[in-house]
Design a protein around this ligand. Sequence first.
Ligand code: PMV
Length: 316
Amino acid sequence: MRSIASAPGKVILFGEHFVVYGVKAILCSIDKRITATSKFLDEPKIRIKSELGDAEIDLDALSDLNSIPIRFMRPFFHIVKETLKEFNEKIGMEIILSSEIPAGIGLGSSSAACVAVTASVTGLFNKKSKEQILKRAIESERIIFEDVSGADSSISTFGGLMLYGKNGFEKIDSKNNLSFIIANSNQVHNTREVVLNVRKFKNDNEVMFTKMCEQENELVTNALSALKEDDLNKLGSLMAKNQKLLEKINVSTDKLDLLIKEASKTSYGAKITGAGGGGCIISLVDESNASTTLENLKKNSDCFIAKVDFNGLSYS
Ligand code: PMV
């Protein structure tokens, strides 16, 4: 018997960095998925295979997850451990991951993997609600990223668009069929480092930063109405304004600036998505300008088109 589950990645449409200081962010699920396929093994081993590496341990080694050399795989073993404990089982299994989400560039691949692995492994025993799966997925991510907010796992589980703030998540009731070109700068970034640099900027420029938070707040409010009105021109110009704020807090780079400039020639608007300092940009398009924007960006980046995913976690 095989248990298959898949979960989507995400982009941040508005509010990255400012969300750390109380502004709400808008997250959007994208139609690029990670799929986990699990099955029982006859031997007492847990084996995980992915495009980024494979790992295999004895069942008994589940008691010491810190000994697993590939760090990003520890949450998956944690999921197996907790699920076996819950169902009072001691049985080997294999989990195979396959992904359409480029890893490590702020598109939520590790959270989507935790959500998909949780649903797939649990599915070998029983079916659980999305809420229950989300809870275990977040708990498993926290074993390697202690302070993870759970935003990426939440949007991956439920799909669509979501308003995310310090007090939790709110689904945005939208069926907007948004399309984006996502372009990867291929510059490696470290979210934690960029967040710390922004903190320093804030501490050195308190008054200016407070004003910027107010401006970001207004952008988010206006973006919610643009979504309601399905007004791409308005939404794109708000994204461009958000980008200006991100540039002011120094999270853009020459490469990202170049990609934004190229994307802005033809799309409704473009901005960094996620922490910046590298990683990706997104540009809002529709069928009238998607292919020209893609061609423009192809000269300087790996890029692809993505649409909103309204399904979130898919499992049986
Ligand atoms: O690069 P990502 O998708 O992990 O986004 C980071 C978002 C920040 O606002 C920069 C940090 C945070 O914890 O919210």
